[in-house]
Write a protein that binds this ligand. Structure first.
Ligand code: PBG
Length: 329
């Protein structure tokens, strides 16, 4: 390629219009998914202290939030449930009249066009807070699969477009696919949390979802942060088991994994900008140390540029609003 002074990269940076013309990566509201936390009751809106702007809500309030987000063109919502009662098995997870199942039905009735995704995991529903059947200090992989399949089936019956297993048990995508197909839900898609790394970035979420493990941590099932080749194996396993979309989580600290998954598989890829990533931006902005809106958009653009097709983010509604205004370029 030519070099200076024939070639001057600054020529195309001179005006907003020129920069806009040649921008390689763009964000679109339709690629953003908003996570929502649902609990029983009506008129309930309980703010989550560690996640300013995020609340646990009852179904009616959830529909209000989803409607506002949908009006701004967001791509979908991802539902997490907070049950009234927890038990050792997590039986609330497959209760057809649980908060998530009711929310799915309400959304499909009120906003039929909006993509509804449900988180499939047991940690919000178990008294011990682990993501599966907990025996002798460990999560029993194979005993958990059947329970996850029941939960996914219950979400599919309620009308979920996509079920999203986040538990990291081996073989769960296949178990869920078989259960869905055996019950005539062959059109319900699976978004697998394929490369989900253990760590402290989920801290604020566990307050929102009331899902902190009572003893131990999740390192026996979620991935070790140092492992990129293993992340690729996890992704290929989920694809082989029938995942329609795969996911990398958290997003910001794992952009290299996002880039590898996209380039090596070519599969539809989601990245989850998790609660800790969100909380850090909010906290610094509250102190006046960074410009919230700019850092929010830069963090999302970075995740897109790395290769994510879909971004799950607590900023979805705010980012979609900014993308509307002509100033966003
Ligand atoms: C459930 C689940 C978690 C998140 C999504 N699904 C928490 C965890 O694994 O502890 C984290 C989301 C976030 O931090 O925003 N297993």
């Amino acid at each position: 390629m030519p070099a200076y002074p024939e070639y001057r990269p600054r020529r195309l940076r001179r005006t907003p219009a020129l920069r806009n013309l040649v921008r390689e990566t763009r964000l679109s509201a339709s690629q953003l998914v908003l996570p929502l936390f649902v609990r029983a009751g009506t008129g309930v809106r309980q703010p989550v202290a560690s996640m300013p702007g995020v609340s646990q809500t009852s179904v009616d309030e959830l529909v209000t939030d989803a409607r506002a987000a949908a009006a701004l063109g967001i791509g979908g919502v991802l539902l997490f449930g907070i049950p009234e009662h927890k038990d050792a098995e997590g039986s609330g997870a497959w209760d057809d009249s649980g908060p998530v199942q009711q929310a799915v039905r309400a959304l499909k009735r009120e906003l039929p066009e909006l993509v509804v995704i449900t988180d499939v995991c047991l940690c919000e529903y178990t008294s011990h807070g682990h993501c599966g059947v907990f025996v002798n200090g460990e999560v029993d992989n194979d005993a958990t699969l059947e329970l996850l399949a029941r939960e996914a089936l219950s979400h599919a019956r309620a009308g979920a477009d996509i079920v999203a297993p986040s538990d990291m048990m081996d073989g769960r995508v296949g178990a869920i696919r078989r259960a869905l197909d055996a019950n005539a839900f062959q059109s319900t898609a699976i978004m697998a949390y394929s490369a989900k790394f253990a760590g402290a970035f989920y801290g604020p979420f566990r307050e929102a979802a009331e899902s902190t493990p009572q003893v131990g941590d999740r390192r026996g099932y979620q991935m070790d942060s140092g492992n990129a080749d293993e992340a690729m194996r996890e992704v290929w396993l989920d694809i082989a088991e029938g995942a329609d979309l795969v996911m990398v989580k958290p997003a910001g600290p794992f952009l290299d994994i996002i880039a590898r998954v996209k380039s090596e598989t070519g599969y539809p890829l989601a990245a989850y900008q998790v609660s800790g990533e969100f909380a850090m931006v909010q906290a610094a902005a509250d102190r006046g140390w960074i410009s919230r809106d700019q850092v929010m958009m830069e963090s999302l653009l970075g995740i897109r540029r790395a290769g994510a097709d879909v971004i799950i983010t607590y900023f979805a509604t705010d980012a979609a609003r900014l993308l509307r205004s002509p100033m966003s370029s």
